[in-house]
Design a protein around this ligand. Structure first.
Ligand SMILES: NC(=O)c1ccc[n+]([C@@H]2O[C@H](COP(=O)([O-])OP(=O)(O)OC[C@H]3O[C@@H](n4cnc5c(N)ncnc54)[C@H](OP(=O)(O)O)[C@@H]3O)[C@@H](O)[C@H]2O)c1
Length: 324
């Protein structure tokens, strides 16, 4: 693939894009790019205050106004009630959602639990997005989408390779390793993204690829490589070790690519001609930097039995049923 950059994104006038974690890092950068092309971006953030400030920054950088619109909304992925309220609000105000970017995340934090009693990394990174996608399913299916299908883009990480599913202790009650839990949550992102596509395929194909007899939704996974964002700094803050913050900042400065590049896999997955079930990643050094390419995640992420078990667990844990 020739090097793809955000300059190749199409105009998105009239499209609605939902971005979780839109106030910081990759979500912020993605929001800026979608809005610059005319999309209305629903900024799904846990802090309305931080999201308003981010929206103001995007507008100011664009000379006072963006081409599209920025719609700040509260959505705390650590609360199933908040996710449900966010989805209800969107249903009341929009007819369709063309792109959902399941982007927000936390990394390697000490063990804590969400409002609903889930270990936070698994609860926010995976279960919150599972619930959100299910609740937005009808709005996604109603959309014209991009290239004929709405897109569900799920942001994983190279750290999925360190993840292991342990269905006897998904909530990390017996033992907890903060990096192991991050790896598992990112593996879960991929198991979910691929299982969603398989279930969509089983309904008879998408609007784009078939005779309009299936759901018009495509599920694409991506990861940003190593990108200099607040993710690493929050890990350091939560560790309580001031030296770690200094170390993370230095590592980010030396090794991290700019968010403008790191966001490209998500933008590519959302708007380029890409198949459902694809994995979009940076094409440069060790797939940790550079412009996007379609690659392959590790074997565990394609394990159909684990994906099925995770889907069943997630349905029961969140109470959100998909029509699939
Ligand atoms: N940066 C990298 O090198 C890298 C590498 C691989 C994968 N990723 C993935 O990229 C995604 C985005 O991370 P980033 O690098 O852009 O980090 P970031 O700058 O820290 O942004 C993370 C976003 O997630 C939001 N968030 C956290 N908990 C949330 C919750 N309970 N409900 C709703 N939103 C919540 C944060 O909100 P607040 O600002 O309010 O905390 C923030 O907006 C994550 O899924 C991460 O795993 C990043």
């Amino acid at each position: 693939m020739a090097e793809w950059t955000a300059d190749e994104m199409p105009r998105l006038d009239g499209k609605t894009v939902v971005v979780t974690g839109a106030n910081s890092g990759l979500g912020f950068e993605g929001t800026r790019e979608f809005a610059a092309r005319g999309a209305t971006v629903a900024m799904a953030c846990r802090s309305v205050e931080r999201a308003e400030a981010a929206a103001e920054e995007i507008r100011a950088d664009a000379g006072g106004a963006v081409d599209g619109a920025l719609d700040v909304r509260e959505c705390d992925l650590a609360s199933l009630d908040s996710v449900a309220a966010f989805a209800e609000g969107l249903e009341a105000d929009y007819d369709a959602v063309d792109v959902l970017c399941n982007n927000a995340g936390v990394m390697a934090i000490p063990r804590s639990e969400t409002e609903d009693g889930f270990e936070t990394q698994f609860g926010v990174n995976h279960l919150g997005h599972f619930a959100l996608t299910g609740r937005l399913f009808d709005l996604l299916d109603a959309a014209e989408g991009i290239g004929g299908d709405a897109r569900v883009v799920t942001q994983s990480s190279g750290a999925h390779e360190q993840g292991e599913m342990d269905f006897a202790d998904l909530n990390w009650e017996r033992s907890y390793g903060k990096w192991k839990a991050y790896g598992r949550s990112k593996l879960a992102n991929l198991l979910f993204a691929y299982e969603l596509q398989r279930r969509l395929d089983a309904t008879g194909g998408s609007k784009a690829s078939d005779e309009d007899n299936g759901f018009g939704i495509r599920s694409v996974a991506c990861h940003p490589g190593y990108t200099d964002t607040n993710l690493q700094l929050r890990t350091a803050e939560e560790s309580g070790n001031p030296l770690m913050k200094v170390g993370m900042k230095a590592a980010n400065a030396v090794l991290g690519q700019d968010p403008e590049i790191g966001v490209e896999p998500m933008l590519y997955a959302a708007t380029a001609d890409v198949d459902g079930g694809a994995y979009v990643e940076p094409g440069g050094l060790m797939n940790m930097r550079g412009h996007p390419t379609v690659g392959r995640s590790n074997d565990a992420s394609y394990d159909r039995e684990d994906a099925r078990k995770l889907w069943e667990y997630s349905t029961e844990a969140t109470g959100v049923e998909y029509p699939l």
